[in-house]
Design a protein around this ligand. Structure first.
Ligand code: NAP
Length: 477
């Protein structure tokens, strides 16, 4: 009979899929324990760790990216291993994972986008913001897209969340500003040729309900080459809006209103580019012959839903937004299903009860499977929100271990999974491998005044490691 699970000779073996913030916070919590020994293998389908901190957080927000230092400390703890370039459901199946780990946690985030469901959404020039974000951040999935901004003068960004803010800001920044960030090299080149003059930010509800946060809207209000232009009538508060502001508990909404109101005296401003924040409008059609040429918007008014939340309702009154060459739909992310794991397509998450995966048929927990982050709760909150979220899930994992809901008959040889991957021909990337790539990126960036110059293809990353390995072998022979 094997030793008790969690003892030094029989550690609790956990596999985590998805190495973004939720994955790393879960590792941190698992490896923080004093009275229970845990080992964690953290997998990612990319060779690089950190998920949206690398591929989503805007390149001009380096302070947010500094959270990586915390994750590096976590990765140094005994019991941690990283396996990059390993895809769940292809390189490792659920059955493989359950045979080698006591518990499995998915923190795969929300990699798809939501659809508007309006005519013209699929025209050339109309893209989900998620794709544009991945492109300028050098995400291997999107690095081959071509954005020719040299003929684009007017862009519309649909949505009033922080991703919409990021997209608008990247389009509004000067090349001097962008060239000091870790934006992908090809994106910097495309933005150098940008002819963008006007960026429309389209919110379906009012400025009081906007979900962008104060620093993000404040940043747009103070940019070297771009003015934030608001329409004073959008900021007038009717009874419903005043009541909303009086009753919201978080001051973020009042502060947003103050920041936007402070723009009114500046009018059109004098800078060469304009971000035009429009509220109470919903796109009902994107039109053009083959590619985007303009949009039709419906004016909205607010009405309370059954819970008393103000929602946008169309008025039947329309307006044209002509001469638009590019549209970014920034209306939220959505999770991807994983092979053999329950998935709720409507909400885009893995069905769960505060972190325990739930079988949608019989509504009972699926033993040994857990979730954390956006695939658990949907795409909400900031990077740090994932810490309490992951801690909550890890608490349940320990609770289930104590309740004896973990089988003590798994394959505990820690070389078994690397051997399985090698047998399948998967070139996995260890944390040391990643640190080697990281160092090259930082050194290359330093030479041109950037925090890092990202490698943007998996091929380049693996070839760089192969060259290093070949050199080491030669030196040893
Ligand atoms: P989000 O915050 O949920 O915002 C989605 C926006 O899309 C909302 O304005 C929403 O309007 C709008 N929308 C949804 N469906 C729509 C439709 N059919 N037509 C028109 N508009 C529609 O999503 P996100 O911007 O993708 O951000 C995801 C999360 O990441 C958020 O928690 C965000 O704060 C976070 N994030 C943070 C940062 C940062 O800290 N700097 C940066 C990026 C992202 P309603 O409000 O009316 O639903």
């Amino acid at each position: 009979m094997a030793e008790q699970i969690g003892s030094a000779s029989n550690p609790l073996r956990v596999a985590i899929f998805g190495s973004g913030p939720a994955g790393f916070y879960a590792v941190g919590e698992l490896l923080r324990q004093k009275d229970i020994t845990v080992t964690v293998d953290l997998f990612d389908r990319l060779p690089t760790p950190y998920g949206l901190v690398r591929g989503g957080v805007a390149p001009d927000h380096q302070k947010i990216k500094a959270v990586i230092r915390q994750y590096e400390k976590i990765a140094n703890r005994p019991g941690f291993r990283f396996f990059g370039n390993v895809t769940f459901g292809e390189d490792l199946l659920l059955a493989d994972v359950l045979a080698h780990y006591h518990q499995v946690l998915f923190s795969t985030g929300a990699e798809s986008d939501r659809q508007l469901g309006i005519p013209g959404e699929g025209l050339t020039g109309s893209d989900p913001a998620t794709i544009f974000v991945g492109w300028y951040n050098g995400h291997p999935d999107y690095r081959d897209l071509k954005y020719d901004l040299s003929n684009v003068e007017r862009v519309a960004v649909i949505g009033n969340g922080n991703v919409a803010m990021d997209v608008a800001r990247i389009l509004a920044r000067s090349i001097e500003e962008l060239s000091k960030t870790d934006i992908a090299d090809y994106a910097l080149e495309a933005l150098k040729k940008s002819a963008v003059r006007e960026i429309y930010l389209l919110g379906r509800r009012g400025p009081a309900q906007a979900v962008f946060t104060n620093p993000e809207i404040r940043e747009l209000s103070d940019m070297p080459i771009t003015d934030l232009v608001v329409e004073p009538k959008d900021l007038e508060l009717d009874e419903l809006n005043q009541e909303f502001l009086d009753n919201v508990t978080e001051p973020v909404h009042q502060r947003n209103m103050e920041i936007l109101n402070a723009q009114i005296p500046k009018g059109e401003g004098t800078r060469q580019r304009k971000i035009r924040a429009r509220f109470f409008v919903s796109p009902v059609e994107i039109y053009g012959t083959g590619r985007v040429e303009g949009m039709k918007l419906e004016k909205n008014r607010l009405m309370k839903d059954d819970a008393g939340t103000p929602r946008a309702r169309g008025t039947g009154e329309y307006e044209e937004l002509p001469n638009i060459q590019m549209v970014f739909r920034s209306i939220g992310y959505k999770g991807h299903p994983l092979k053999d794991v329950p998935f709720d397509d409507r909400s885009g998450i893995i069905p769960n009860d505060t972190g325990r995966v739930i079988d949608p048929e019989n509504k009972v927990p699926v033993e040994r499977l857990y979730v954390a982050g956006w695939i658990k709760r949907g795409p909400s909150g900031v990077v740090g929100t994932n810490k309490p979220d992951a801690v909550e899930t890890v608490g349940l994992m320990f609770e289930d271990l104590q309740k004896g809901q973990v089988p003590n008959n798994i394959q505990t040889d820690e070389e078994a999974v690397p051997a399985l991957l090698a047998q399948k021909g998967v070139r996995y990337v260890s944390f040391d491998d990643w640190k080697f790539l990281d160092q090259i990126e930082v050194e290359t960036g330093k030479k041109i005044g950037k925090p890092r110059e990202k490698m943007t293809t998996v091929e380049e990353m693996l070839a760089t490691l192969d060259t290093r390995d070949a050199g080491e072998r030669q030196a040893a022979s």
